[in-house]
Design a protein around this ligand. Structure first.
Ligand SMILES: [Zn+2]
Length: 383
């Protein structure tokens, strides 16, 4: 249940709501966890979601515009239909006057709501949309392989496709700037790796597919973490820009702005723009492993003063989604993957594994992360 480590007594942070469901969490004498201490020591002092931050970003925006002269688009943004990627699209066009190409990956699980939200945003802002459709038979085979591997991170095939398709496209078509919705405001507490392993670890993806897959991946987009971090960055010159860390970005306020301006529809919870993600975060992770991603998300909102700790405690005690929807989604997921409900239940009952049970690039990733932390580039805790 907890990655093979010895059980420790239950403890919850007195400042946020992270607890010992992260088996490596460390508490200080006050009862504060290491996410809270890291936030105050390493993130907050360098994070300026205000005029200072905008001034920091201004030269970057100018450079994106200069470098993009004569091109149809000066940057590219991967959009899922969720709030972070939607809001960064709005900020890029309406606030900064950039000319982004909107890039969307259809991995077969979009909710109608997500599709509507992307269309409204693209139409409302007068942008161009490029949609890449993943071959469903390959996607299905890879997803089934991850289910059979009994790991928590069964969202890896979807995440890997999103990220690899975007960066491969950017590099191929000479885009120098990828804008992302990554932000401290809603994500300063990152889920530990035992909950959510690196989707960009191609070695792990390949190993799991080799063991449990049945069909070759011929068109499925792949890009290893090092291709992305080193080759694309330094050889192809693709830069990643995170504008939401430089502007005022508060979740409820941002959603309201999108609703008012574009008729954007709100989701019941972060990342529920995909029916698969809803099943994975709300059911698979919670029921099979005891990992509740809302815990990290609510803790981020507590640290950034967008939710009180009391409200978070009340909400985390409720089920992520109601029993009726769970049953519907369970059947939907099973059928779509070519399983019966009984077969999916059988998989759910299997022995839990972790990313450590399969080949991975973890030793090299740890080295890289240590280097980035030493250079002060990587500020969030990743473990
Ligand atoms: Zn804490």
């Amino acid at each position: 249940m907890n990655g093979g480590k010895a059980k420790r007594p239950y403890q919850i942070c007195v400042n946020c709501i992270m607890d010992t469901s992260d088996s490596s969490i460390v508490f200080d004498a006050r009862g504060w966890c290491d996410y809270c201490n890291n936030y105050h020591e390493n993130i907050l002092p360098h994070w300026h979601p205000d005029a200072t931050g905008e001034a920091e970003l201004a030269p970057v925006i100018d450079k994106i515009k200069r470098d993009g002269r004569g091109r149809d688009h000066d940057c590219i943004i991967g959009v899922s239909g969720g709030v972070d990627s939607s809001y960064v699209t709005y900020v890029a066009k309406a606030k900064f006057g950039l000319r982004p190409l909107i890039f969307h990956v259809d991995a077969g699980w979009n909710s109608q709501q997500a599709v509507n939200n992307i269309e409204r945003l693209v139409d409302g802002l007068g942008l161009d949309l490029h949609t890449e459709v993943i071959d469903w038979l390959e996607m299905k085979d890879l997803q089934l392989a991850f289910f059979k591997a009994q790991v928590p991170h069964i969202d890896t095939p979807q995440d890997h496709a999103f990220f690899a398709a975007l960066y491969n496209f950017a590099a191929k078509h000479g885009f120098k700037y990828v804008l992302t919705g990554a932000n401290y405001s809603t994500e300063c507490v990152r889920e530990p790796l035992e909950w959510h392993y690196h989707a960009s670890d191609l070695r792990q993806l390949t190993d799991i597919h080799r063991r449990f897959g049945t069909r070759p991946l011929t068109t499925f987009p792949t890009a290893d973490i090092f291709k992305f971090k080193l080759y694309y960055r330094f050889i192809k010159g693709v830069r990643v820009v995170k504008p939401l860390n430089h502007v005022r970005y508060l979740k409820d306020e941002a959603i309201q702005e999108l609703v008012d301006k574009f008729g954007w529809q709100r989701y019941p919870h972060k990342h529920y723009e995909s029916r698969f993600t809803r099943f994975y975060e709300g059911y698979w992770l919670v029921r099979k492993f005891g990992y509740d991603k809302r815990r990290a998300h609510f803790s981020s909102l507590i640290l950034t003063k967008q939710m009180s700790r009391n409200e978070a405690l009340v909400r985390i005690a409720e089920r992520p989604y109601n029993e009726e929807t769970v049953a519907q989604d369970f059947e939907y997921v099973a059928t779509k993957l070519g399983l019966t409900v009984a077969e999916l239940k059988e998989i759910m009952r299997g022995e839990n594994k972790t990313y450590r049970d399969y080949k991975s690039r973890m030793p090299m990733i740890e080295l890289g992360t240590a280097a980035l932390r030493a250079l002060g580039i990587q500020k969030a805790i990743i473990r």
